[in-house]
Design a protein around this ligand. Structure first.
Ligand SMILES: NC(=O)c1ccc[n+]([C@@H]2O[C@H](COP(=O)([O-])OP(=O)(O)OC[C@H]3O[C@@H](n4cnc5c(N)ncnc54)[C@H](OP(=O)(O)O)[C@@H]3O)[C@@H](O)[C@H]2O)c1
Length: 152
């Protein structure tokens, strides 16, 4: 039965996987046989997390377009393919509405929204030749629901 769900031979990238939900998802993919690449910005935390689950640590900022593209291409160069992308990296900024600066809004949108679009586009370019790919975007109820301090 477990063979039916085996991810052996599949290569997966999970962004924002040095802790929290991303780490849990990366762990689950690794436990089910996938070759897993984990991403986050802080290299120390990321390396420690990667070691725990036998994943490759690939530090980069998903909001940096050129670095993200090179990172995805590097995965295919090293592992031969990219099958699964989980866009999980995300941040939150909390403060009363009138205290939000333009930079706060732009930073949240750049990481939580624009980066997902770009990562998907670049991943699909790499997945198309294999005619196989799975992309999961992690959202939040905060994307559609305003809160007293959460506005982006
Ligand atoms: N936890 C919740 O209750 C909840 C609810 C709804 C939605 N979500 C969504 O679920 C996802 C994960 O949430 P979480 O609570 O597990 O988050 P978390 O514990 O704060 O972890 C966020 C991860 O993303 C990484 N990250 C942040 N900015 C990044 C960037 N620019 N480039 C690359 N990596 C980046 C962080 O590492 P570095 O800081 O080292 O980069 C960390 O590994 C987020 O997208 C969040 O919006 C969570």
């Amino acid at each position: 039965m477990s063979e039916m769900f085996s991810l052996k031979g599949r290569v997966a990238l999970v962004t924002g996987a040095s802790r929290g939900l991303g780490f849990a998802m990366a762990n689950a993919l690794a436990e089910n046989g996938a070759t897993v690449v984990v991403n986050a910005r802080d290299t120390g935390t990321l390396s420690a997390a990667a070691e725990k689950i036998g994943a490759e640590a690939l530090p980069f900022d998903v909001a940096d377009a050129a670095t993200s593209r090179a990172a995805l291409e590097g995965i295919v160069e090293r592992h031969g393919r990219l099958d699964i992308l989980i866009n999980n990296a995300g941040i939150q900024h909390r403060s009363p509405f009138v205290e939000w600066e333009d930079e706060d809004f732009d930073r949240v949108i750049a990481i939580n929204l624009s980066a997902c679009f770009r990562m998907m586009r670049e991943a699909v370019r790499l997945m198309l030749p294999n005619k196989f790919g799975r992309i999961i975007n992690i959202g939040s109820v905060a994307a559609i629901l305003g809160r007293p301090t959460i506005h982006a």
